[in-house]
Design a protein around this ligand. Structure first.
Ligand SMILES: Cc1cc2ncn([C@H]3O[C@H](COP(=O)(O)O)[C@@H](O)[C@H]3O)c2cc1C
Ligand SMILES: O=C(O)c1cccnc1
Length: 355
């Protein structure tokens, strides 16, 4: 399928993991000073990283969180506990350094960039904020498609370019983060469309709607799927019909990062929905995903399971912004450091289990 020259080239550059690096990392894990397998997922993570980065002993050279904001026409259906004004207000909070993602990215030593992909109002340009508006909020998916195909292509390209910028600056561990009031609604629609799961099983309370609000939200998502009839096997169709601007850019970030042999740390429910879209566009990308955490939103785990991913953490978080991904980054880095820095049985003069 042809999407655009940049998107096509990016997808074509995403191949299987580096088998030689995987084999070398696996072999090294077997001779480090510990009972084989005793570091559990730190071991498998280090081997996956070797394959992704194409290095027998993978080294994390830089971490980046790309936070992408966009509004949603479907917010007018009353699907969120918060008003749409919060989207631009939080963008300024990100730029000022006061959001949860700022604290967690500082903790992780990750660089943050913020992109306005489709906030419904004009934002004043300022350092730390990239204005790349595809539109003033995605259209109301309960009434028709979220965006045009051209807009969807533009979203992917913005994300690919943003990932390339971070890779050029030395990052090889890259996460996306989302901000967009109402965006758990398109995320549930995407998850249902791609996985085939029932809407009720993938819809949660988002920012905290009550029982009646949850029922109405489920009905709105059902309507969005009925009205738009997205083809769940076609990532472009899903993004165009029931996506959102920040979700499309996040899918582009993931494609762009994977094409540069960077590890893609997948955050919560919205990032998970973007990951599903990128996966439908390029099934090989799932091997380059590291699922950071399991969100409280029930659809998150459904999407992760469809891609064969098992999250590292379950911190009962339901925020987005890239917070779960930033929290997991030091663990990913720890996995690489164990593989790189531990002595082998021979080096340390420790008897191995075969003696
Ligand atoms: C202050 C505030 C900060 C946030 N940061 C991320 N979200 C998250 O919550 C929203 C999705 O939930 P829903 O679909 O229920 O609107 C998105 O903005 C998402 O990024 C926030 C939400 C709020 C209110
Ligand atoms: O898991 C997430 O990313 C999430 C959950 C609820 C609200 N916003 C984001």
């Amino acid at each position: 399928m042809t999407i655009s020259p940049l998107v096509d080239q990016t997808i074509a550059a995403i191949g299987p993991l580096d088998a030689a690096a995987v084999a070398a990392a696996e072999a090294r894990q077997g001779v480090l000073t510990k009972p084989p397998g005793s570091l559990g997922r730190l071991e498998s993570l280090s081997i996956q990283l070797a394959g992704i980065l194409g290095q027998p002993i993978p080294q994390i050279t830089g971490k980046a969180v790309i936070v992408v904001a966009g509004d949603h026409g479907v917010a007018a259906e009353g699907v969120s506990a918060f008003p749409a004004e919060v989207t631009p207000q939080m963008v300024f909070n990100f730029v000022a350094g006061g959001a949860a993602i700022n604290a967690l990215a500082r903790h992780a030593g990750a660089n943050i960039t913020v992109i306005d992909a489709g906030v419904a109002v004009d934002l004043d340009p300022q350092p730390g904020l990239t204005i790349a508006k595809v539109g003033y909020g995605a259209a109301n998916i309960a009434r028709g498609p979220a965006m045009s195909r051209e807009d969807a292509v533009r979203c992917l390209e913005i994300g690919i370019n943003a990932a390339n910028e971070q890779a050029d600056a030395g990052a090889n561990l890259i996460a996306g983060g989302d901000m967009g009031i109402g965006n758990t609604t398109p995320s549930a629609a995407i998850t249902a469309a791609v996985t085939g799961a029932d809407v009720a099983s993938v819809t949660g309370r988002g920012t905290g709607v009550d029982d009646a609000g949850l029922e109405a939200k489920i009905a709105t998502i059902r309507r969005a799927l009925e009205v738009n009839q997205p083809d769940g096997s076609d990532g472009m169709d899903v993004l165009t019909k029931v996506g959102g601007f920040e979700i499309g850019v996040l899918a582009g970030v993931m494609l762009g990062a994977a094409a540069r042999n960077c590890a893609v740390v997948v955050d919560g429910f919205i990032s998970g929905a973007a990951a599903l879209i990128a996966w439908r566009l390029c099934p090989d990308i799932a091997q380059r995903y590291i699922a950071a955490h399991r969100s409280v939103e029930p659809g998150h785990n459904v999407g992760l399971q469809a891609m064969g991913l098992s999250p590292l953490l379950d911190m009962e978080m339901r925020l987005g912004e890239g917070t779960g991904a930033a929290l997991a980054m030091p663990i990913v880095e720890a996995a690489a450091k164990c593989l790189a820095e531990m002595a082998t049985f021979t080096e340390a003069g420790v008897s191995d289990g075969d003696d």
